[in-house]
Ligand binder design. Structure first.
Ligand code: CA
Length: 269
């Protein structure tokens, strides 16, 4: 028999049953508390990259939308590249992006991949009330109201410990608002943990079961087994991720076993 052939009449549980168990695990995982970054002197403690706008020399006042896409950010509808700065502008140095002229309000920073944290420096002259909103797929995740001002000593705004792919900045006054030093935090891998396949191999003396699940690169998984969905035995607590897909095989299962349930957990919760 082909070892990868599934056995429809097997007493082993179905894909649907096991996927349900995996979903329960996901729902029980802890959720980190979101944290808004407002008027911070530094923004993220340890950004993975910072876009300063010195990476590319563009003409003063030229429109910017996808020019920095290879660095992970685009701007919708657009902003304007400005080459000049001023010694009084805290947190803005050298080239920066400005909202006008003509005025662009609101505008969004779109990230090339979903992130778990990001921050940026913003100043405005004259000062303006502003609403800063994190979105995922165009849907609001988190939002706060603040004042963006050239007079603020600390000018970083952003979010941490949530998953988002856009930050929208909307403001109320006619002003010249500039942003600079966009800090990108870690990417959020959005692939949910789902068991996608279960293969049963019948041997002469015993049988084995291979589970295949949709996984995230760099993660570690634990696999549990149960005969009644109540008492679980850990089979392995350190199955390294195979990337987008990971598998685990339980060997030498007695031929007398008639029913068996599996649970896969991301050990990071
Ligand atoms: Ca700059």
């Amino acid at each position: 028999m082909n070892p990868t052939t599934k056995i429809p009449s097997s007493p082993f549980p179905t894909v649907a049953q096991l996927a349900c168990v995996a979903l329960v695990v996901i729902n029980c995982s802890s959720t980190a508390l979101a944290d808004s970054i407002e008027l911070s002197p530094v923004g993220l403690a340890a950004p993975e990259s910072i876009i300063t706008f010195s990476e590319r020399a563009l003409a003063d006042t030229s429109q910017v939308s996808t020019e920095f896409a290879d660095l992970g950010v685009t701007f919708l509808p657009n902003l304007f590249y400005r080459t000049g700065d001023h010694p009084d502008w805290a947190s803005v140095e050298g080239p920066n992006l400005r909202t006008g002229d003509p005025e662009v309000n609101p505008f969004s920073i779109h990230f090339g991949s979903a992130l778990t944290s990001a921050a940026f420096a913003a100043i405005a002259q004259p000062p303006t009330a502003a609403t800063i909103t994190a979105k995922l797929g165009g849907v609001e995740v988190e939002s706060f109201e603040t004042t963006v001002s050239i007079d603020n000593p600390d000018n970083y705004f952003g979010f941490s410990d949530i998953v988002f792919d856009e930050i929208e900045i909307a403001y109320t006054e006619e002003t010249r608002l500039r942003i600079d030093n966009i800090q990108l935090g870690p990417s959020a891998n959005l692939a949910p943990l789902i068991i996608t396949d279960i293969d049963v191999t019948e041997g002469a003396e015993s049988k084995s079961v291979t589970l295949i699940w949709q996984s995230r690169p760099g993660r570690t998984y634990a696999v549990f087994v149960s005969e009644d969905l109540r008492n679980w035995t850990e089979l392995n607590d350190s199955v390294d991720s195979g990337g987008a897909q990971t598998s685990f095989t339980e060997e030498e299962i007695s031929q007398e076993e008639t029913s068996r349930y599996y649970r896969v957990e991301d050990t990071a919760g």
